[in-house]
Design a protein around this ligand. Structure first.
Ligand code: N01
Length: 866
């Protein structure tokens, strides 16, 4: 495109403007140039480098091995550059970026010492107008913010900071000429990565060093040295495979994927793995050895405590050691640090830790930092106080989109993005590693290249089709926001007051900012969006308008992972097997599940059924000795599969959460025993348990029924039969994704016919085995068909979004309500027929089971009051 100037306040016409000349901006420029887009980069510094230009404090170096923290787009570049260390220091990384800028002759297209003053969208022209503090006016079709996730330093928020008359330094804006602290009394405020890297080196020069710590961090020795030989070897053997593996890995660095949870390992194995990780000196080393570190608080605490033991071993003074031990957040939920001699620094006589938790700063004066009980005279203060991360740099510029909406206003309560790439209301504005993308939870080099490639490919796609505008839809953005939060909510991340949560900046909304679903999953998602015709984006231009609206990830993230894992197993469809084969397969799969929580006692027994004995398994809560309320539970399996222990993890979970005895009763199965055998057995079991409450350790008058799937069907039917027979009295019914009707034409059957484990075909197979079409309207198999649902026990009905049985569950809840039954309906978003029962696998199901247990407790409490 021609570059022209218009009269006085001349406007320069460009295809693309990129902000930032760090890792992201440089590669973006490369791709734009390759694609023939007239582009310029605006950079406030006087040279390239971004983060590595500004953060020149002593000890600054990367915390991902530099073999991996590097561009991979050009094999020639990789062949030319050799990193000298496992974790290269800031000067070397800056030299690398300067080398890249020279090699590709980037500088002519970069305006240094130029800051964006404002950016405004012109809706009529479908272009952005950018004004800079240097007086430039630029008009561009595409506006790309490559401004970095940790680039806007946090404002000093300490009373009196401006009064200090001595030397003041910020790790994030370090003087280029360096600082000599020799003979000086120095204070460092902040013990994040920047503080922890710089403190040991500042201590070498200073005559006295005071470290003001508000929150201790988990830091491990980096064991820096030469680049790791195993990685170099792999790179030499097959660079492309090495890089591709990293792109398809969870964090952008190839690491083993752990299978064992902390609880599954013996004490010795735990210790061995911990020591290995410690020796490895890599941030991802712990996550690569303990599967549930970021999901299970207890597991996390076990490893956190091992970490604290290390700190106590390294620090001589027990009081200082204790103050350096993090105790109020799980390990890895704040960015862990890699250090060189950090803890040993506190053994030096001239170094002192000031624990701000016990002795908060009251003010800074002209010459001192005063805590509430002591005044510390210092010559220099180093602020290592962090950044307004992820959103700060984006909203600090005056960016105005459609209808005068500013980005700052739109994100006042937290960022909203689609894929972390774009945001509604701001057409043609792209963010490289924006909030809602893996960014800071990954190897930034890998995530930057992925985003830049996606954007460059997108722009070429639009141009080739005569389109000049792209913007996400509200539906897509809302769906993505939800997915980002769903991913975070099954981890421990939201527990910590971290900068990932925006918690470090006073007044900033507390929202989890990055995407924790993994680089691999994220990349596949971005690819799928494109494959599905830019799903969730509105594209337009002279060639027309195109919008394929929708939400890319509607299933809960852990359910999605289970579905993918199941698909990879390539199992036969149950409905294509004989009942015996299907039973054998489900038994085999069930054996691989986590067992569920510990209960107080498990007792197997038999009870008399209408056609012989029925086995049961009783789960007693750990809160011995009881008595406890009792829940009679019926397993799922379409009347064909399963037995008294096939839902064991769920029964254990319910037992513990509801503090109730759970009696899981077997019943006769089809096709050997067809309708109404199962229903008759279920009712007989309820009657028997009711008659033996005290022997079973129950409380008379506190008996409920529950069941999942076909078991939910049996529970519902048992309640109706108990009502009609005048007993036994049941205080409540819990129906988990229940089968309530034979009509298989409802929308949920059509929408969820395939792909969510329980298929429409399998439901037909179940029905055919259990009941002739002629009897299917009988309320003993289709309880929804009972003419009268009044006077039934209060009910909790759980339905799942991606379940063929969803609509009949909802219909049953509504019918109960219409007939005056107290009923609560849970519609579990993003879940499938089976997922809420997957204890210890589908973590997002835990909140549903907590609600189930809560409902049971309420049933029992209401019974006591009555
Ligand atoms: O910043 P931080 P950082 N009074 O926010 C404390 C990356 N990075 O620059 O935790 C007293 O982590 C604050 O205390 P608290 C890396 O991703 C990478 O160190 O809020 N203290 C905290 O201790 C990293 O995570 C490398 O209670 C105050 C510290 O200041 C991210 O950048 C190197 C305070 C800030 O820690 C940020 O790291 C460096 C106050 N008013 C950085 N305000 C590599 O190795 C804040 N603090 C690649």
């Amino acid at each position: 495109m021609a570059v022209g100037r218009e009269g006085n306040g001349s406007v320069e016409e460009l295809d693309a403007v990129v902000v930032g000349a760090g890792f992201a901006g440089l590669y973006m420029l490369h791709r734009l140039r390759q694609a023939g887009f007239a582009s310029t980069v605006l950079e406030s510094a006087d040279d390239v480098g971004g983060t590595w230009y500004w953060n020149r404090y002593p000890g600054a170096r990367c915390d991902i091995p530099t073999t991996d923290y590097t561009y991979s787009f050009d094999a020639e570049l990789e062949a030319e550059w050799t990193w000298s260390e496992k974790y290269a220091a800031q000067p070397e990384i800056l030299s690398y970026l300067q080398y890249v800028a020279r090699k590709y002759d980037f500088r002519p297209d970069i305006r240094f010492s130029t800051r964006v003053a404002s950016a405004a969208w012109d809706d009529a022209a479908s272009r952005w107008t950018i004004k800079t503090d240097a007086g430039d006016r630029l008009s561009c079709r595409w506006y790309i913010m490559a401004t970095g996730c940790l680039s806007l330093p946090k404002e000093p928020d300490i009373l009196g900071a401006e009064r200090f008359a001595g030397e003041v330094y910020y790790t994030s804006r370090w003087p280029h000429e360096g600082v000599d602290f020799s003979g000086k009394r120095v204070a460092v405020i902040g013990t994040g990565s920047s503080g922890i890297q710089s403190i040991p080196l500042i201590a070498k020069e200073a005559s006295q060093l005071l470290v003001f710590q508000r929150t201790p961090n988990f830091s491990m020795p980096a064991h820096n040295g030469p680049a790791p030989t195993d990685r170099l070897k792999q790179l030499a053997e097959d660079r492309d495979a090495y890089r591709e593996n990293a792109r398809r890995s969870a964090a952008g660095v190839t690491m083993p994927i752990p299978v064992e949870t902390v609880a599954m390992l013996s004490e010795d194995d735990r210790r061995r793995r911990f020591e290995e990780a410690w020796e490895e000196g890599e941030l991802l080393a712990f996550g690569a050895r303990f599967a549930d570190l970021l999901a299970n608080r207890e597991a996390n605490e076990t490893i956190s405590e091992m970490f604290r033991q290390k700190i106590r071993e390294m620090v001589d003074d027990p009081k200082t050691a204790e103050a350096l031990c993090p105790t109020d957040y799980p390990i890895m939920t704040k960015r862990m640090c890699l250090d060189t001699d950090y803890y040993a620094t506190f053994n030096q006589p001239h170094v002192r830790l000031v624990n701000l938790r016990k002795h908060p700063i009251s003010t800074i004066t002209e010459s001192s930092i005063d805590t509430i009980d002591e005044s510390f005279e210092v010559d220099a203060i180093v602020y290592a106080t962090g950044f307004d991360a992820m959103t700060g740099a984006l909203v600090s510029v005056d960016v105005t989109g459609r209808h005068g909406l500013t980005l700052k206003r739109k994100w006042a309560h937290g960022p909203h993005t689609y894929l972390g790439l774009m945001t509604v209301g701001f057409p043609n504005l792209f963010m490289i590693t924006g909030p809602g993308s893996p960014s800071v939870l990954s190897n930034m080099a890998v995530s930057i290249e992925q985003h830049v490639d996606w954007v460059a490919d997108c722009l070429a796609h639009l141009r080739d089709r005569g389109l000049e505008r792209i913007e996400p839809t509200h539906t897509a953005e809302t769906g993505w926001d939800q997915h980002v939060h769903d991913c975070a909510d099954i981890t421990l991340f939201p527990v910590a007051n971290s900068w990932y949560m925006g918690a470090n900046v006073p007044g900033k909304p507390r929202v989890f900012l990055p995407y924790v679903g993994g680089v691999d999953v994220y990349r596949a998602t971005c690819e799928e969006v494109v494959e599905r015709g830019y799903l969730g984006f509105q594209l337009s231009g002279p060639a027309g308008t195109q919008c394929n609206d929708g939400v890319i990830r509607r299933v809960q993230p852990d359910v999605f992972a289970v579905l993918n894992a199941m698909a990879e197993l390539d199992l036969p469809l149950l409905e294509t097997l004989s009942p015996a084969e299907a039973r054998a397969l489900t038994t085999e799969l069930n054996a691989a599940r986590p067992p569920g929580p510990e209960v107080g006692e498990i007792v197997d027994g038999e009870l008399p059924g209408p056609a012989g004995h029925l086995e049961y398994r009783l789960y007693r809560p750990p809160t011995a000795p009881g008595p406890h309320p009792i829940v009679v539970y019926f397993h799922g399996g379409g009347w064909v599969l399963g037995d008294k222990q096939s839902d064991e993890p769920l029964c254990r979970d319910l037992c513990v959460r509801a503090d109730a005895v759970v009696v899981s009763v077997d019943y006769r199965h089809a096709p050997e025993h067809r309708f109404p055998a199962a229903a008759d057995d279920a009712f007989a079991a309820v009657k028997w348990v009711a008659a033996h409450v005290q022997e079973l350790g129950g409380i008379p008058g506190e008996l409920a029924v529950a069941g999942w799937s076909a078991g939910g069907n049996l529970a519902a039917v048992a309640c109706q039969r108990a009502r009609d027979a005048g007993g036994p009295d049941l205080v409540g019914q819990v129906l988990l994704t229940p089968l309530t009707d034979y009509d298989m034409t409802r929308s949920s059957y059509v929408e969820n016919a395939d792909g969510y484990i329980l298929t429409a075909g399998l439901m037909k197979w179940f029905w055919d085995h259990y009941a002739d079409p002629a009897v299917r309207a009988d309320p003993r198999v289709s309880p929804l068909r009972a003419g009268d649902l009044s006077a039934l026990p209060p009910a909790l009905v759980v339905t799942c979004e991606f379940d063929p049985l969803r609509d009949e569950g909802i219909a049953y809840a509504k019918a109960l309500e219409a007939d005056g039954v107290q009923v609560r309906l849970i519609t579990a978003r993003g879940h499938t027929h089976t997922s809420p029962t997957m204890v210890g696998v589908v973590l997002s199901g835990a909140s549903i089971r907590a609600e189930v247990a809560g409902a049971l407790r309420q049933f029992f409490a209401a019974a006591v009051q009555a």
